[in-house]
Design a protein around this ligand. Sequence first.
Ligand SMILES: C[S@@+](CC[C@H](N)C(=O)[O-])C[C@H]1O[C@@H](n2cnc3c(N)ncnc32)[C@H](O)[C@@H]1O
Length: 280
Amino acid sequence: MLPRIKRSLGKLLPQIWMSPQSTYNAEPIVEEYASDTKLQKPEQTILSLVTETIKTGRMLDIGVGAGRTTHHFAPLAREYIGIDYADNMLRTCYRKFHPLPSNISFIHCDARDLSIFGDAYFDFVLASYNCFDGLSHSDRIKIFKEIKRTCKIGALVSFSSHNLLFIDNYFKINWWLERANLESTNSLNFLYRLYCYGWVLALNDSREHLSDNDYVMMHDGTHNFSHKLYYITPRKQIEQLAELGFNNTRIFSLDGNEIESGGELSRARDCWLYYLCTTG
Ligand SMILES: C[S@@+](CC[C@H](N)C(=O)[O-])C[C@H]1O[C@@H](n2cnc3c(N)ncnc32)[C@H](O)[C@@H]1O
């Protein structure tokens, strides 16, 4: 009884003490990811663009989670390796895809250190659904460097990241209420969204201060505020990639369409964006 009361009370407070790794190991979070099996629209676009590459090549799926993307990419790839640092996510993958076909494997691995893989091994690397946005800026750079090292020259790399041009919404009460309205008219949901709005104001710097940067870490309410997430402008993301040796960057919005670089970039207001680039 007492643990149940404690758990319920715990939900009334933001879980800001949790690390991203413990969040992704938590049972309700694993279940939430396990129940989602569909590709997002930009991922469908990217799948069509990389199909020829993975048919004859090796693919690394970083932060594979509960295997949402495995359903769609693995059957097409000559070799598919999913890695994650959350044991419970990997356990779900083993269960879901048992018995594992010979071209698929799942490995417990922190993407900040890919030393289990040699240089120039992969033809395509995917890191879907903002999977390294929970990490600090320096850890993010470490991961990009590891991706670069383990990829062949000219390999394709795709990942998504939260869009700094979206964050104004979190500071508008109407946005939270409209969101509640879209999800369900249940009054508890309205209360929950008001709670989110309040904690966004309480836990973050002001909107003006955050928007003044090219990238920030902020609490946006995801997983009950368990950890901050990285938000970056698309322009800065392209620059960051170029500095690290990734080229030909293309950007896809949540409707699956490509965003042209130029004026359209500064108007991109999706919560997160997908990037596709090449190494070398
Ligand atoms: C938002 S979930 C996305 C899961 C999956 N990619 C999907 O699209 O459904 C992020 C996943 O990345 C994993 N992850 C985050 N940082 C990681 C790291 N440094 N190394 C390995 N996995 C990581 C988490 O454990 C979690 O399973």
